[in-house]
Each structure stands twice: as C-alpha cells, then as structure tokens.
Design a binder for this molecule. Structure first.
Ligand code: SAH
Length: 354
C-alpha cells in the first residue's frame, strides 16, 4: 500500500467502502493471528513522572495528582491474580518515574518470573540501555514504547526533551529489539497539529519497524495539560486529523493490513469513546488483544493519563468478567499461554502458535 492509498483510506467516509476496509482487516487478522483474543493484565504501578508531556495528565507540572508507587508485594499480588484469571501476560506500566530504581524493578520482574509462567511486558518510558539490558536479563519479555507521532517536530512539541537528553524513541525501539525484547509501539490519533500526511507516515513507520505489537488510540484532551487549548483551537482546521472513533478504526484496520502478524490491542482509549461497543468493534476491525486492568481500585483513579477513562471504578474481577463475556459474545475464544506475536516468533525462528 502506498502513502497515497493510505491517505485515501484515512479520508474515506463512504460507508460501503469502509465496510470493505473492516472486512479486509478482519480477514487478515483471522489468517495471521487467529481468532483467539489474548488478555494482558495491566498493572499501573506508579504515576510518578519526570516529564512534561503536553498530552498526559500525569505530567510533572500537574500538582493536582496524588502520586503513588505500588510496593513489590502489591505488584506480586496483582500478578498472582493474573494467573488466577488465566492471563498469559502482565504489563507493568508507569510514568517515567526517576524514583523507580533499576535493581528494584529487576527484582520484581525476577519474582514474577520465578513464581509464575507469565510473560512480562514493561511500559515505563525512556530508560538507559543498561537499565533495559538488566531488566531483559531479569526476565522481561516485551517492551511497549509508543513513538506517539513520527513527525519529529510535532513529537518534540508534545513531548519536550529533557535538558541534555534528546528523546529518540525510534532509536530506542531498535535497541530494544537488539536486546531481544518483543517490541511494541504506537501513536495517538488526533493530536492537535497532526495532519493526514503525518498519520499516513505513522502507519508506514509501523511497517518499517516490523513491530511485534501496535497500540493506537484516540488522543483525549486532559484539562490539566497544554494540549487542551491547542485541541480546541485545532478543530476548525480541515487538515487536522479528528480524534474520533471512526478515525481510530481506520488506523487500527490499516495497521492490521500493513503489519499482518502483529499483536494489536483494542485499547482502553477507544473503549472510552464508546463504552458500549468500542472494544468489540476494535476486535472486529483488526485487533486481537485486550488489556483488562488489574490495578488495585485505590490507585486507579490516580492514574489519569486522560479523563473519563473506561473501567476506572471497576475491580479486577469486574474487568475480567466483563471482558471475557464480551469476547465470548463475539464468538471469539480466549487466548491461552503467552500469546507471543507471530511476527516475533518468526524472527526468533520459533513456530507460530496461532
Ligand atoms: N510513561 C510511559 C507510559 C505512558 S502511558 C511512556 O511514556 O511510554 C501509555 C500511553 O498512553 C502513552 O504512550 C500515550 O500514547 C497514551 N496517552 C497518554 N496521554 C493520553 C491522552 N491524553 N489521550 C490518549 N492517550 C494518551
């Protein structure tokens, strides 16, 4: 698919043509990653953050946020719950927390790996190669780091570099791959200032990076961030990508067509736009993964990267029951085991287990 074709799809609004896009994405998903939906238990273990991202409610300037960091034992309790629910993976996510000690996280990873068969995915922002290597050696399997937008000027604007450190997430993704991680990335859809050409370039970048995992979701403005005002101002510009549900499905479906063997979640941000049907429609338009939230209820509301997040008031049990029932109602099975991406397995020379 050429950049022009991608752009045409992004601008498509003919319902019949879009039905064709959804059908093709669903077919390619079925052929390449199968019908099982893999469950990844999400543990939002710290909301401390040293960054000033223009989009995120956890940015350091937001003093309205009460900050927390879960203890080793609290994280282990969540991991045991993941095993109890039959999940194959836990995702340890946090702000870019400079109080997060490298050895501490290595110990947590080591304990999860020693006690369970879970795959461990990290999503803790930009860290040094030494940290990333140590965590890999401790047993971490996968790493998620969205590049947010492949437009370098827009990225620097929404994600300012720290003094003396230039953020190069694309380079970090390549390093993560060299270290042996299964690598995931993604973007937000409808960032103020994001054009259709930018978004087409994002999709081409997914393909170029041969990603194992791709997470995309709508940008949702947060009142305590600078992008809220920019978002309001951007809405009259015809070149501005809308942060809509429809646009999110288009990007999901195109990501599936461009990266057939990647694991692609139907994200919480999408479910936030359409609480009744968003997750299901994502699963029918390219996605094959969901991430039920295991974060203890007392911390959940404090992990407010964007407002009105879906499932914020639920317990892990409720999240689990709800997701399971939704997947079964779609006629799709629940994935067993770790659910590595066939893209990764092929690279590692292992047979895919679809
Ligand atoms: N600190 C880690 C984890 C960030 S949270 C990191 O930077 O990688 C995971 C993802 O949530 C981010 O990568 C971003 O794409 C998304 N996100 C953050 N704020 C958002 C917002 N306001 N709307 C939609 N998605 C958002």
């Amino acid at each position: 698919m050429t950049r022009n074709e991608i752009m045409q799809w992004l601008r498509e609004d003919n319902p019949g043509r879009l039905q064709e896009l959804w059908r093709r994405a669903d077919q390619v998903r079925h052929e390449n990653v199968g019908d099982a939906v893999h469950l990844r238990g999400l543990i939002e273990f710290s909301n401390h953050c040293r960054r000033s991202c223009g989009y995120c409610g956890l940015r350091r300037e937001n003093q309205a946020v009460q900050r927390y960091r879960m203890s080793e034992d609290e994280i282990l309790t969540c991991a045991r719950q993941a095993v109890f629910f039959g999940y194959g993976t836990v995702v340890l996510q946090s702000g870019e927390d400079c109080g997060l000690k490298t050895e501490w996280l290595a110990r947590v990873i080591g304990r999860i790996k020693a006690e369970t068969d879970l795959a461990v995915t990290l999503s803790v922002g930009e860290r040094s190669l030494d940290d990333l290597r140590l965590w890999k050696e401790a047993g971490a399997d996968r790493y998620l780091l969205r590049f947010e937008t492949a437009n370098p000027a827009l990225f620097e604007h929404i994600h300012p570099s720290l003094p003396g450190e230039v953020s190069d997430r694309l380079q970090l993704l390549r390093s993560l791959r060299e270290l042996g991680y299964e690598v995931g990335s993604g973007v937000m859809i409808g960032i103020p200032g994001q054009s259709f050409a930018d978004l087409a370039y994002d999709l081409e970048t997914f393909r170029e990076l041969n990603l194992d995992m791709i997470g995309v979701g709508p940008f949702i403005p947060h009142q305590a961030t600078p992008l809220q005002a920019e978002f309001n101002a951007s809405q009259s510009n015809p070149e501005q990508v809308p942060n809509t549900e429809a646009m999110t499905y288009k990007v999901l479906a195109l990501a599936r067509l461009l990266c057939p063997r990647a694991n692609i979640p139907s994200t919480t941000a999408l479910a936030t736009l359409n609480k009744a049907q968003g997750r299901e429609l994502g699963l029918q338009r390219g996605a094959n993964v969901v991430m039920p939230n295991l974060t203890p209820p007392q911390y959940r509301a404090m992990y407010e990267i964007y407002p009105a997040k879906a499932c914020i008031a639920e317990t892990a049990e409720q999240c689990h029951a709800c997701m399971k029932q939704r997947i079964i109602a779609l006629g799709r099975g629940i994935g067993r085991g770790r659910g590595d991406s066939p893209e990764f397995s092929a690279r590692a020379g292992k047979p895919a287990t679809v």
